[in-house]
Design a protein around this ligand. Sequence first.
Ligand code: HEM
Length: 321
Amino acid sequence: MIANIINEVLFGYRYAFDDCADLIDYVESFNKMIAGIATSKLFPLGILFPAIRHVPIIGWHAVEKHRATVRKNSDYILRNVTKALQSYDAEGEPTNFVHAYKQRMHSNEYLDEDNLIATCADFFSAGQETTTTTLRWAMLFLAKNQLAQEKLREEVHRVIGFDRLPSLDDKNKMLYTQATIHEIQRLANILRTNVPRKTHKPTVLAGQTIPAGTAIHADIHYVLWNDPLFVNPREFHPERYIAEDGKILRKELVDRTIAFSLGKRACAGEGLARVELFLALTATVQHYRILPVATATIDLTQQEKPIGFPIEQMLRLECVM
Ligand code: HEM
């Protein structure tokens, strides 16, 4: 579902539910690549210290062995960018990212087709696994915390009802839902060490000079799980975000829920991700009760990987009448 949304935004078409083999193939191959990268201890070193790539054997394990899946994924993007460009109409209003980008190329000398392909690949990869993983955590937290799930459903039914799909206009009337999504993102904590960045000039931070060329990991995990404002930070407690008057969210907590990071290089897809999380979650609890399977308990252990995947486990969905 999430990959299909990005596909439509970038290339202007969506796959039908019963005719999406191409997209599934891409997603599976992408997941394989991420799993390979996420479990590799050498890959982050290969990115931060490119010289490692030239060391025999270690270089192959660090980067080269992931290339085949990267190439397969790049082919999908290349095919789709090429196809979308064929329907570009310089006079028309753009209806997808590729057309909008192409239009901008006429007035911006820094934009070209290579960059367009790389940008589409970035959006596809950055936008798919992140939102999907957050939703997987959402299912687990809600299965484990039935009371919170019931409160969420009560608000969904009160504001949206049973018969129509949720829309973004509903969001402002749904304080508990907003609080729940913040709490899910805080605890899911999927990009704990953030995307690695590098200083390109000597930089003074809190009185400390960081030399040019230093690898930087802004520590999202520390804030989400250790900031003293989050009392009992390991507990799933959406109510923590709701102010005493029960009418607004606690801004000081929302401001510290930095799952999308902060600053100029913060997540470029934050707006889209927030829409996806709201619509997917409300539409699910509107119609289904998320439950553990009979004999199992939910395991919320965070895996020690660069992306905080949950442990795979079965859940049960029960129709809500
Ligand atoms: C719950 C979902 C998501 C989370 C938690 C998330 C989180 C992040 C984080 C932490 C970064 C690094 C920011 C930094 O370096 O300071 C990032 C970068 C980025 N994200 Fe997301 N993201 C999500 C969804 C998306 C979506 C849906 C898209 C696009 C469709 C997207 C596109 C990007 C891109 C393009 C970057 C790189 C921005 C840059 O380098 O300037 N993300 N994201």
